[in-house]
Design a protein around this ligand. Sequence first.
Ligand code: SAM
Length: 282
Amino acid sequence: MDIWYTENHTDNVRLSIRIDRQFASVQSEFQRIDVFDSVEFGRIMTLDGLLMVTEKDEYIYHEMITHIPMATNPNIKKVLVIGAGDGGTVRELCRYPSIEQIDMVEIDELVVHLAKEYLPFTACSLDDPRVHIYYQDGLRFVRKVENEYDLIIVDSTDPFGVGEGLFTKEFYGNCYKALTEDGILVNQHESTFYTSYSNAMKRAHSRIKGFFPIALVYQAHIPTYPSGHWLFGFASKKYDPVRDLQADWWNGLGIKTRYYNTILHRGCFAIPNNVRDALRES
Ligand code: SAM
């Protein structure tokens, strides 16, 4: 059998991965969900034909979206996670005994259901007693929250379809309001290499900057995302992730990671000129 999963990264660029087997292909109320097994990347979940998670490289994304804010403020107790239905972000958060509550707001119950069935490597902590899952639109959820969370992680799809609202001015303003005075917001922030992603990144950054006194981006190498160069947004009311990094505290926790470390923590905020220039244009 010679079956390939192919995803258009632009109109002129595609990524193809050889597939061993298809486990599921379903249309939920919100999106089409496919789960495959592949030779090189292990299990894969795609949403509307866009790759979300692969077994081989998911740890990079999930470690970077979680440990950067956690190592910046050791007093994070209550976390809101928006999207993230595969469970990888919650798995990383659950490694901190200091976290008391994790509220996860995922619009699509079927993503969580399929992740529990086929992606146990990411979904393994979704039944942790500290985790409460709300099946709702994250945009609506944050409208009614005030001064409640120490950290908000937006682990969303791209800024179109169901994920579009999670890149709006209204959403970022409500995230600011939902955070405590120590609050940190981290979000998946697209990429700069291809124009369509770059425009989305610039729009998101300029909107976040409008609310938060500290608004930065940091980078990671994620082989299966378009261009392989991916950005995350870090915004906060007072914490600077480089100045305030609690390296000794974090290293003392003994959390074993495959990508993140506290030296990389400082380095990932050293962004290349093309990203810096794109942010200046935003
Ligand atoms: N790591 C992925 C990436 O960057 O490609 C993203 C993870 S994926 C599991 C993101 C999740 O966000 C999806 O399960 C999707 O259903 C959810 N999502 C999209 N829009 C949402 C919204 N408005 N409210 C809550 N969840 C949303």
